[in-house]
Write a protein that binds this ligand. Sequence first.
Ligand code: HEM
Length: 401
Amino acid sequence: MTVHDTRIPARAPLYGPAFDSDPHATYRMLRQFGPIAPVQLAPGFDGCPQGITGWLVLDYDVALHLLRDPQTWSKDPRGWESTLPADNPLQPMLGHRPNTLFTDGPEHARLRAVVTDSLALIDTGRLRTDVQQLADQLIAQFSRDGHADLIAQYTRPLPGLVFNNLFGGEQYGPDLVNALGGMLDADPQRAVAAGAAFFQYVTTIVTTKQNRRGPDLASWYMDHPHALTQEEVTHQVVLTLGAALEPLSASIGNAISRALADRQRYTDLTNGTVAARTAVEEVLRSEPPMANYGCHYARHPVQFYGAPIHPAEPVLISYAAINAELPTTEGSGGAHLAWSAGPHACPARQPAMLLAVTAVERLLNALGDLDLAVPREQLTWRPGLFQRSLAALPVRFSPLH
Ligand code: HEM
C-alpha cells in the first residue's frame, strides 16, 4: 500500500463519539498516510449526501512549510464554499467573513494591523487587576457551596466579562455571558437565539462607541489610521471575541482539570513550587485549545508531500496531533504550535497568557482542597474537531464562610 493509495476506502471521520472521546487514536491511525491525511470533516446532510472532505496536516515541519507559504496557500474559503449548500455545518467556523482570518496579502495586512496595534494599547496592569477582580466576583458566587461546575461558573464567563471591559462594554457584560452560554445549548432554537443575542451585543458596542469613544479596543479599532468602515469594525470585533473567548475558556479549564487530576502537581501549584504559567504552557502544548484549525486552500492544484490537493478542498493543521509528537524539554517546554505560525499566527499571545494564568492562580489561591468530583477520564469533552474543551468541570472544595 502506498501513501495516498486510492484503494484506501474510507476517510477517517473527525466527528462522532469515538473521535470526541479519544481524538489521538484517530490521529495515530491517520499517520499511516504520512504527514498529511485525507479526512472526513462532516457527515452527509441534505444537499450533500457525501459529506464534507478535506486534509489534515500531522507533521510540524510540513505545517510550518504550509503556514509560511502564502504564495501557494490562501485563507479565502469562497472557492470551497461555492461547492456546498450555504447552511453546511462547517459554515460557522470556516465560512468567509471579511476579517483578518479569511483574507490574504495586503487586505489581511490592513485588517490585522488594526487588531495588533489595538491589542498593543492594552494597559497590562489594568488588565491583570480586571481579571483578578472579575475572577474574585465569580468565585464569591459559588465559594460557599463546596461544589461548582467550573466551566459554566468560571472559565466561560470570566473571559467574556474581561473582554466586555476591554471593549468598553460596561453594563453589557452579562448580555455577552448569557449569549455565549446559550450558543452552546443543545436545543438548536435556543442556540440560534443566543447567536442573534451575541450579534446584538456586538452591534450595541459598536454603535455606542461610534458616539462615545473611550480607552477601549472598540474605539481603537475605529480610530486606527487604516480607517475601517463601521461594517469592517463590526467584523473585526466579532472575530476578536470569537477567537478569544473559547480558547481562553479551554486553556483555563484544561489547565485546572489537569492540575486537579495529579495531586502532586496540585500541591506544587498551590505551594508555589510550580507557577501557574507552567501549567498553562503545558496545556497549550499537550492539549491545545484550538485542536485543528489553520484552514487553507491551494491556489491551484498541487502535490503536497504526496497528497493531490484540489483548490476547493480545505486543508487543516492538526495543532493537537503535531504537538503530541514534539519532544518536550524540561522548564521551557520546547516549541509547539498552539498559537499557529506564519502570517495568521495568534496576535494575542501576551494578553491571552496573562488572562489564563491569572485566572488559574486566582482560583487555586481562593479555594482550599479543590478536587475533581469525578475522575478526569470521566469528564466529557465538547463535541467537534476544532476545539479541545471540557463540556463541564465538576469540582468539590472546602466551603468558604
Ligand atoms: C489561549 C488562548 C488562545 C489560543 C490558544 C489561540 C490560538 C490561536 C490560533 C491557533 C490561531 C490561528 C487561527 C487558525 O488556526 O486559523 C489564532 C488566531 C487568532 N487569534 Fe488567537 N488564541 C488565543 C487567544 C486569543 C485572544 C485572547 C485573542 C484576542 C484578543 C485572539 C485573537 C486571534 C485573532 C484575531 C486571530 C486571527 C489572526 C489572523 O488571521 O491574522 N486569540 N489564535
